[in-house]
Write a protein that binds this ligand. Sequence first.
Ligand code: ISE
Length: 333
Amino acid sequence: MPNARIGIIGTGIMGSDHARILAAGIAGAELAGVQDASRERAEALARETGARAFADPLALISDPGIDAIMVCSPDATHHVLALAAIAAGKPVLVEKPLASTVAEARDVIAAETEHGKRLVQVGFMRRFDPGYRAMKAELKGDRLGQALFLHCIHRNAIGPDYLTSDLVISSSAGHEFDIARFLLDDEIVAATVTSPRASRLAPGRKPQFIVLESADGIVVDIEAFVDCGYGYDVRAELVCEKGTISLNPSPTTSLRHAGHDGYETPPDWRGRFRDAYRAQMEAWVASLSGKPNEGASAWDGYRAIRVTEACLEASRSGGKVAVPLEDKPAFYA
Ligand code: ISE
C-alpha cells in the first residue's frame, strides 16, 4: 500500500507542529504539500520538510498528488475548506473548531452525508491523551460507580492578543466541551457562564467559569483562564459515587532543585499533549486505509459548537441556556 500523501493548509503553530510530526515519520503517510496565506512561511516549512509549497488552498485540495488534507488555517476558514475537501472526495482532519457557527457546521454535516462516506475528523486531540483515555476506561468499569461531577481546569500561560473573552469560550473551553462528551458518553443539555473580574495583567480578556449539565444529570464545571502566567495547566477530576479519578500532571518526573519542588509546567499545549497529537495522527492515517478510530466526527464537532453557542448566549444573558438534545443521525452511529 503506498503512503498516503498529506497536504497541510495553514502553517502557523498547529500546522507546523503537525508537519513536523509527519516529517519525523508516521507509518503509512508522508507530508506532500503545505500552504499558507504567507507564501514565505509555507516555503520555509516546505524547505524544512521536503514537501511542496502551494500558493492556494483549493489548488492543494484538488492536486492529484495529495490524498488527504489537514486544515490548520484560521478558525473562520475551517468550514469552507472542509466543504472543499468533501467536494473533492478527500479525507480531511480539521483543527478544532469544525466551523464558527452552528449553521456552518450543519453545512459540513449535510455535505458529508450527501457524499455518503465519512471523510471528516475534527482535531480534538485530547481523545487520544493516555490520561483521559484511562479516566474513560475506569468509568466504564463499575469500581467507582456513576459519575456525578467533572471538574476541569484549563489554563494557558499568556493568551495571544487575538484571543477575546468569547474566544476563551469557543477556542479554549471548546476542548472541554468535547472531552466532557467523550469521557461521559453523554450530551450537554444546559450551560451557565460567569466571569470574575479580568486579571490586571490581561485587562482586555475575562477568564470564564462555565457550568454545564448533562442529559444524565452530571455537572461539569470549567475554569478557562488563558493568562495564568506560570505555564500550560490542564486538569480534570471525575467525582463518582465511590471515589474519584484525576489526570496526573503530564511530566513523568518531579524535580527538587534550587528551592523548587515539583513538576515542570510546559509553556503550551504542544508539550502537554505531544503524545496525544502523535497518537491522533497515527489513528487518522490508519483510518485512511479503513481502520475505525475514536477521533471526533463532524457530528462531534457540531455538538461542541452547539454548546459553545449556548455558552456565549449564557455569558451575555447571565441565565441558564438549554442545549437542545438531538438524535445522532444514523450516518454517524
Ligand atoms: C488553542 O487554540 C488550543 O487549542 C489550546 O489547546 C488551548 O489551550 C488554547 O487556549 C487555544 O487558544
